[in-house]
Design a protein around this ligand. Structure first.
Ligand code: SAM
Length: 286
């Protein structure tokens, strides 16, 4: 495992699972609920009932209820952080086992080892939420990640995810005097302003969620051209703000049910700015 993969795995392994009561007290409760809403709408749109799903970088299983809601027929969840994978498996046993079969593995999703783990499986949807940017540390990792996505995705299947929007982040960096910017809930610190397609590193902090973890800009054109080599064509690319504007009416009930509007109010100005860091994407395998 290369240095930064170990660092990222250790970072997520070290984050304790907090009970639902503690989660409700988070200073970014509304933002977390909003991010979950975005993922639920995205997964809801592209995962058909009976879909066979691959949740790459599944973390602690934060999307299990979304897969259950879509009535998937099979789920494979893989994450590099073994502690998180144990938590995902435990959550699955508790609330999803009766609804669909699933398998969880601790492994590096940006390495060829995944090919052995998923050998013989065919998926209708591959989802990678808030994670693909870690693979853009090197071209080799980014290419291995996309190969792992595409190799077992059926033709007509979808590859969906959420990633930081490099255009927005880089624009902010260029208009900043130093190498850092942020607000009361997030901070982004770059090593350099010199752009590069791979390995353009920054350290990201998000209150209550991520502590100074290395991440990498993903240029969407670069992602699209690697994806195209595997027969994946882009069908969706929107910032979270645009996605909200386009989906909020149709999915208003879900906004309420997922407590984007809650006892604390709703997404604050600083949370809204942090939400704007991200974009949603979907590719279809042709
Ligand atoms: N997808 C989950 C979600 O939306 O709740 C977790 C998102 S969390 C921000 C990022 C996840 O990416 C962590 O669980 C981390 O362990 C995982 N990750 C980072 N690098 C990885 C790699 N090389 N292989 C597999 N998982 C990785």
């Amino acid at each position: 495992m290369a240095d930064n993969s170990a660092l990222v795995a250790n970072h997520y392994n070290a984050r304790p699972e907090r009970g639902i009561d503690v989660r409700q007290e988070s200073v970014i409760l509304s933002l977390k609920n909003f991010n979950n809403w975005v993922k639920a709408v995205l997964i809801g749109r592209y995962a058909r009932p009976g879909a066979r799903a691959f949740d790459m970088c599944c973390g602690k299983g934060g999307d299990l209820q979304k897969w259950k809601r879509q009535d998937v027929s099979r789920l494979v969840g893989i994450d590099i952080a073994a502690v998180s994978v144990d938590q995902a498996r435990a959550r699955y046993e508790q609330s999803c086992r009766r609804f669909f079969p699933a398998a969880f593995h601790a492994a590096d999703c940006f390495s060829p080892v995944i090919q052995d783990i998923i050998a013989g499986e065919e998926f209708d949807i591959v989802s990678i939420q808030f994670s693909l940017h870690y693979s853009f540390e090197t071209e080799a990792k980014a290419r291995a990640a996309i190969r792992n996505v595409a190799s077992n995705l059926r033709s007509g299947g979808f590859f969906v995810g959420t990633i930081p929007n490099a255009d927005w982040i880089y624009k902010r960096l260029v208009h900043t005097d130093g190498l850092e910017f942020g607000n009361s809930i997030y901070a982004i610190k770059f090593d350099t302003k010199t752009p590069s397609l791979f390995g353009h590193r920054y350290r990201f902090t998000l209150a209550d969620a991520i502590d100074d973890c290395p991440e990498y800009l993903i240029n969407f054109s670069t992602l699209s051209s690697i994806a195209a080599e595997h027969g994946l064509r882009p069908v969706l690319w929107k910032t979270f703000h645009q996605f909200y504007r386009d989906e909020c009416i149709e999915h208003f009930d879900m906004l309420q049910r997922m407590r984007v509007f809650n006892a604390q109010g709703t997404v604050s100005g600083d949370e809204w700015e942090a939400a704007g860091i991200y974009s949603v994407f979907a590719f279809e395998k042709t």
